[in-house]
Design a protein around this ligand. Structure first.
Ligand code: MRU
Length: 368
């Protein structure tokens, strides 16, 4: 099997438990790529702030952070004993931090279930820590397998192009920063790069928080993958002019019928891809499927602070600064996600293989 990255070469993860096992360490992604700052999470409130204010972001990572939030909650019972009702209400607080990424509730509930079925504080602590760790490693393996399956698609395009550069367009950050290791959308790209295929990535800047320009570009650069940052509106032009061979994006929630919630702007890329006959793939682990929701209108779309649109953040000399880019009095609206209907999606790259919307339930029969 393809070894995307040996354990010896394993680099930083965006989250880990410290050696004393009472603190969760995270990378503060708000400051990347300019500063690499590690932040300690010691309480449920710390976890809530980290998710809400996007120190951590990206569906799988939000899930893992929430899982460790449940662990920190149970750990706090050593100092302030409380019953299961308290744990359940703390889990509700964690789940209400962001609405769209379904991994948040999925991971919280999974750890909570283990905690509620364990007895004694020590038993609950062990159960929470083990389950949070298991979820983390499962997500790493899922992303690795997504890479292996997605590689086949890139290899085929490369063969058809007689080994010339494969141009891949991606939106937002669905890389290791969002997913612990490998990423979802980036896993096939890293796999292709690793076996020496000539790949180049068009990185949508992804306004307003610029996860593409700040995070995806940083990740790809660190791994030596050729890439170019483009404005969010450039993709259609590139597609019309034969400069994109494939679009691969991640997702924050996908219904079992294949409608895809992802960072705002994804829908427009899917429309342009359809119009230009360019394959549009969505890479996701099973934890990002919504097995209960079949319709687009039931997808919760996060509305964030309008100031994220009105201000932009960057490096000025050595200081990270936020500057106003709009008239002081103008209102702004900040829709964080949109939904791409399944008819625009060529295929879903999952840990179990690649399928179209109609076959999602065949790939995961036990979930429906
Ligand atoms: O608001 P964010 O940064 O948490 O949004 C999540 C994303 O980065 C994307 O929408 C991504 O494509 C899916 S998460 C792997």
């Amino acid at each position: 099997m393809l070894d995307l990255r040996s354990s010896k070469k394993r680099s930083l993860r965006p989250i880990w438990l410290d050696d004393k096992q009472d603190t969760v360490k995270i990378i503060d992604q708000r400051l990347l790529p300019h500063k690499l700052v590690i932040v300690d999470l010691k309480t449920v409130d710390d976890v809530i702030t980290a998710i809400k204010d996007m120190y951590v972001r990206g569906a799988p990572l939000i899930g893992v952070t929430a899982a460790y939030g449940v662990y920190l909650c149970v750990l706090s019972l050593l100092k302030n004993p409380a019953g299961d009702d308290f744990i359940i209400s703390e889990c509700d607080r964690i789940k209400s931090t962001r609405p769209t990424a379904i991994n948040l509730a999925w991971a919280t509930d999974r750890v909570l279930k283990k905690v509620l079925s364990s007895t004694g504080i020590q038993g609950k602590i062990l159960a929470a820590r083990d389950e949070a760790g298991t979820i983390t490693e499962e997500e790493v393996k899922n992303c690795r397998d997504i890479g292996i399956h997605g590689l086949e698609i890139i290899e085929k395009i490369s063969r058809n192009k007689k080994n010339n550069t494969v141009n891949i367009l991606t939106h937002c950050n669905a890389g290791w920063l969002a997913c612990i290791e490998y990423g979802t959308a980036t896993a096939p790209i890293y796999a292709a790069h690793e076996i020496g295929l000539d790949v180049h990535v068009w990185v949508d800047e992804t306004r307003p928080l610029n996860q593409g320009a700040r995070l995806t570009a940083w990740e790809l650069g660190k791994r030596g993958v050729k890439h170019t940052i483009i404005t969010d509106n450039a993709g259609g032009h590139l597609m019309q002019n034969g400069m994109v061979d494939i679009v691969i994006v991640g997702t924050d929630r996908t219904t079992y019928k294949g409608d895809v919630a992802n960072k705002i702007g994804t829908y427009l890329k899917a429309l342009a891809a359809k119009d230009n006959n360019i394959p549009f793939y969505v890479a996701l682990p099973s934890s990002t499927f919504d097995w209960d929701t079949g319709t687009i209108k039931d997808m919760p779309i996060e509305l964030r602070n309008p100031d994220e649109v009105r201000f932009v953040q960057g490096l000025d000399s050595d200081l990270i600064k936020s500057v106003l880019i709009a008239p002081k009095e103008s209102p702004a609206a900040n829709f964080a996600f949109d939904v791409t209907p399944s008819r625009l999606v060529t295929g879903f790259i999952t840990e179990r293989g690649i399928c179209n919307a109609a076959d999602i339930s065949k790939l995961f029969p036990e979930k429906i």
